[in-house]
Design a protein. Structure first.
Lengths: 179, 343
């Protein structure tokens, strides 16, 4: 099967005079490398600059809050059911009096854990969620030395209340409504 | 007597200053040649190269130096200990000595004094350079042998046979230059190129000399002594810390000196059309010579990052069956040219 037009038949013939003095071939090679010398480098100096992600990129999950800073999640467990890798586990709790500013509905997740090593970043939890509480974002999960540290609790999943600590998921929401 | 003493004291101070400056410049150029090598290699491969140490990675050679000095200085148990320690020193010593006979410019006027920009104007200058080039193989040979490692020994043997083979062609192509100028002194050779560069009369000789210089410096495509892929570094496999640093450094010094010698022999040394080497109080000469030298360093690197390594038998075929006959032919043609046209 021929995949490209670039393959050359190898012939064991005697080299001609021009081939034997090497110099034309060497000059040709030098010109090729010189072309590359003036070409722009493709390197992305990663920690200093980031390559833009595709809008459908699925990375580190976020648990969203509403505009008043209340957690959207009601601990219904649909995400955990939908999860093919069984990475999600949660403990539900009832909202007490005086906690209305923290949780949107009467039930909330006291413990919400995603094992980032089990997670396959398929996004089914996001699709299953009826409350627009969980989204996959374009943040990369940082590396670590200890497996236990990859079990992300609410401290690493829930976004902050302050406006500058909110995680933008508009790209994912748009994607979702279109689907 | 006092006058003689004063004269000789002034002479000693002049030469000592020149030697010190030359030493520092050579080390500086060699250090930044390592940076240049990495940067140029990166550009040829569409990469960025060292960019984190200082602006554009300019402090990289210093970081490398600190790394080399602080690494463990390891001596293999089964090595010939004293020769093992001696080898890198011998290599870098020989490499540093060659710059003594190179005329860097005419005379430099500084502080009301005239400085002769050549440490020693010996009348066999070019012979001295070639002699030191062949002495350089001792450092490699001793290092490779005393390491007591078969890869090192292979590297050393390859290096010595390669250097001996290519010195012949190098010497023969040099003879054509000597026939043209009638002198072995580098100063005289350069002075005779003030009108027209030797490369015009000796294009074949220049290509031969360039090829042999690459081989003498153990540079790709003739880096048989190192052969990262086959011999894991060749003669310096067992070396670590600054001993390895000496070897690598000496190779860059050798390259710098070779490039300067090429500029002196074929490209008019400190002469450039339209520029007078006596400008700026004589500083123009060294600037011109160094610019030419840097250009050839770039060419050496360009060739290294273009051509793959020769196979060992191809190397020997090229040296003995092509370069030496061509050098003899070149010598004959030069002789005939001098006979019929009278240079």
């Amino acid at each position: 099967m021929q995949l490209t037009q670039r393959s050359k038949n190898v012939v064991n013939k005697e080299m001609t005079f021009m081939e034997r003095i090497y110099l034309p071939a060497i000059l040709k090679g030098l010109l090729t490398t010189l072309k590359h010398f003036f070409r722009k480098s493709n390197t992305v100096s990663y920690p200093k600059e980031n390559r833009p992600f595709a809008p459908v990129y699925r990375g580190w999950h976020v648990l969203k809050r509403d505009e008043q800073g209340r957690e959207n999640c009601t601990a219904c467990g649909l995400c955990a059911v939908a999860c093919p890798a069984e990475a999600i586990s949660m403990v539900a709790a009832e909202r007490e009096k005086g906690e209305e500013h923290l949780y949107k509905e009467e039930k909330y997740a006291a413990v919400y854990e995603i094992n980032m090593l089990r997670c396959i970043y398929c996004g089914l939890c996001e699709e299953a969620c009826p409350k627009e509480a969980i989204f996959l974002t374009d943040r990369i999960v940082p590396s670590d030395y200890v497996r236990q540290n990859f079990v992300f609790g609410k401290d690493k999943l829930v976004e902050g209340v302050e406006p500058d600590k909110r995680i933008d998921v508009s790209k994912r929401q748009k994607h979702k409504t279109e689907a | 007597m006092t006058a003689l003493l004063l004269f000789s004291l002034g002479f000693i101070i002049e030469k000592a200053t020149l030697i010190l400056v030359l030493f520092l410049v050579t080390l500086g150029v060699a250090a930044y040649a390592t940076y240049g090598e990495r940067k140029i290699a990166a550009f040829f491969q569409d990469r960025l190269g060292p960019s984190n140490a200082g602006p554009w990675g300019l402090l990289q050679p210093i970081a490398d130096g600190v790394k080399m000095f602080t690494k463990e200085d390891f001596v293999p148990n089964q090595s010939e200990r004293w020769i093992y320690i001696l080898a890198p020193g011998a290599f870098i010593f020989v490499a540093l000595m060659a710059s003594a006979v190179i005329p860097w410019g005419t005379t430099l006027t500084l502080g009301g004094l005239n400085w002769n920009l050549q440490v020693a104007d010996v009348n066999i200058g070019i012979l001295y350079v070639v002699g030191l080039a062949s002495l350089g193989v001792y450092g490699i040979m001793l290092g490779g042998w005393s390491s007591n490692n078969k890869f090192s020994l292979y590297g050393a043997i390859r290096a010595s046979s390669q250097m001996i083979s290519y010195e012949l062609a190098m010497g023969l192509s040099l003879i054509a230059i000597v026939m043209l100028s009638g002198s072995l002194s580098l100063r005289t050779i350069i002075e005779q190129q003030s009108g027209m560069w030797n490369v015009v009369y000796q294009p074949l000789g220049f290509i031969l000399f360039l090829t042999c210089s690459l081989a003498e410096c153990n540079r790709a495509p003739f880096d048989m002594a190192e052969c990262e892929t086959e011999l894991i570094g060749g003669y310096h496999t067992e070396y670590s810390s600054m001993k390895l640093g000496f070897f690598l450094f000496a190779e860059y010094i050798n390259m710098f000196i070779s490039c300067t010698v090429i500029s002196c022999l074929y490209f008019g040394g400190y002469y450039f059309p339209g520029l007078d080497p006596n400008w700026l109080g004589g500083l123009m000469g060294p600037i011109i010579l160094l610019s030419k030298s840097f250009f050839f360093i770039f060419v050496f690197m360009w060739i290294r990052w273009t051509l793959p390594r020769f196979r060992y038998d191809q190397l020997m075929h090229l040296g003995w069956k092509s370069l030496i006959p061509l050098a003899i032919l070149n010598m004959l043609l030069t002789g005939a040219g001098i006979l019929f046209f009278g240079k």
